[in-house]
Design a protein around this ligand. Structure first.
Ligand code: EPZ
Length: 418
């Protein structure tokens, strides 16, 4: 397996252009199933998860092409198969996102049940119960979900808990259903709004996206469109933490500062100097920051996808801090690896208590999930000596060319061959 070798101690400085959002692109790629017209995306990030979604669409018969500007055009007018196979779904849970579109447009879907993953059991009961309410017949057979419906019918759906992909799946199912669908307790993430914007460009009738209550009036047919994917707020926030942890000075371009207000406020509270101008964020950190308390919750609160990165930052900041993980039940897998680098962290249930230490020391560590791997890289950037991060296929799922981007701003980081 490939590894990353990091020699810590360099202060990062320079400018980085942020990529398109993985978690906005994945539902939009699934939404191409809803129309028999081609859809072209600008700013799709070059990530393993995007490639996996291409493989799923391609296995169904979608036509995927790339132009000289790296814009991808997807046409699903000739699908011959409505299945997402286990071999692909086991590598990416977000494969479940094709379920709503397939049933809405083709009346049938056979999707491998996503298993659990490192951060939790992550069931899909909210998705299935809501789809059943829209009139789909759902059967679980041999580890697969089989969903069928002649025509979905709009209705009122209240999610028992906030679910990002659950909300997205039902939005995509509802846009071609007959009548109106009212989604209550919907997720409010910026990626939900981006999906709604893309669906509206295709001709869907959607209101309330970005709030807890989304109203969708079904239409008979959707058109194609050209869409520019939202900048990735988690990648942007991760690079802000990279500047903070190394006490460097960075300019981030092609960002959406409004989508990471809570992160920017936390970093300012810790003592970072941050300024914003349109889609550009400047950060400068001259001395050790103060540790900050974090509680993760659905948007617009502090995102669970930034919890691991802030635990790494708190580990090397001044003072004691508390981090509460309220979204997933097992998202502290990075903590023991950080402790092996000298961090002082105690876990009690879904709460981590961190006592900032003077220095971290480099060590061989193992990535367990996408954001855990980001936190280990951040720790390696500031640790004394050499850190080897193993199982970095996790990082390639969600960060475009991470070592190239970090090298460009002064990090000493290399990818070691298998
Ligand atoms: C999305 O996952 C993101 N993935 C995750 O990002 C992110 O961490 C998560 O939302 C929370 O923000 C994509 O958008 C592709 P949920 P999702 O459904 O939709 C429980 C990353 O790092 N739940 O909002 O799968 C679930 O177990 C990834 O990019 C049910 O119980 O998350 C969790 O505790 C990691 N039943 C909570 O709800 C369901 O049917 C929130 O999950 C669905 C969810």
């Amino acid at each position: 397996m490939e590894k990353l070798k990091i020699i810590g101690g360099n202060k990062l400085s320079g400018s980085i252009s942020c990529s398109g959002a993985k978690n906005a692109a994945l539902p939009m790629l699934a939404a191409t199933i809803l129309s028999d017209k081609a859809i072209t995306f600008k700013n799709l990030p070059y990530l393993q998860d995007i490639t996996t979604m291409f493989e799923i669409l391609g296995s169904m018969g979608a036509d995927i092409s790339l132009n000289e500007n790296m814009d991808f055009t997807i046409s699903t007018s000739n699908l011959h198969d409505f299945e997402a196979r286990y071999e692909l779904v086991k590598t990416m849970r977000a494969s479940i996102l094709v379920l709503g579109s397939l049933v809405a447009r083709h009346g049938f879907a056979r999707i491998a049940l996503p298993g659990g993953c490192a951060i939790g059991t992550r069931p899909v009961d909210f998705h299935l119960d809501a789809l059943e309410k829209l009139g789909a017949k759902i059967e679980l057979k041999n580890g697969y979900i089989e969903a069928s419906s002649k025509k979905l019918r709009g209705c009122e759906i209240t999610f028992p808990g906030v679910s990002v992909t659950g909300t997205e799946n039902i939005m995509m199912a509802a846009v071609l259903a007959s009548g109106k669908t009212y989604i209550k307790n919907a997720a409010k993430e910026p990626e939900i709004i981006d999906l709604a914007n893309c669906l509206r460009l295709m001709g869907a009738r959607i209101d309330g996206d970005g709030t807890s209550n989304i109203v969708i009036e079904g239409v008979n047919k959707l058109a194609g469109c050209n869409y520019d994917v939202l900048p990735d707020r988690i990648e942007t926030a991760t690079f802000l933490v990279a500047a903070a942890i190394t006490r460097g000075k960075l300019t981030l371009t092609h960002t959406r500062p409004d989508t990471i207000k809570v992160i920017i406020d936390k970093l300012k509270k810790a003592g970072a100097n941050i300024s914003i101008k349109n889609d550009i964020i400047n950060i400068a950190v001259k001395s050790k920051l103060d540790a900050v308390n974090i509680t993760t919750n659905p948007y617009p609160d502090f995102p669970t996808d930034m919890q691991a990165q802030f635990i790494a930052l708190n580990s090397i900041s001044k003072g004691k801090s508390k981090v509460v993980e309220s979204v997933f039940e097992n998202r502290f897998m990075h903590v023991q690896e950080l402790v092996r680098m000298g961090a002082n962290i105690d876990i009690n249930g879904n709460t981590a208590i961190i006592n900032g230490v003077k220095d971290l020391t480099g060590a061989p560590v193992m990535a367990t999930d996408l954001r855990a791997s980001a936190s280990l890289i951040l720790a390696g950037l500031v640790a004394k000596g050499e850190t080897i991060v193993d199982r970095i296929y996790h990082i390639d799922r969600g960060y475009e060319c991470i070592e190239e981007k970090l090298t460009k701003i002064g990090a000493n980081i290399k990818r070691l061959p298998q």
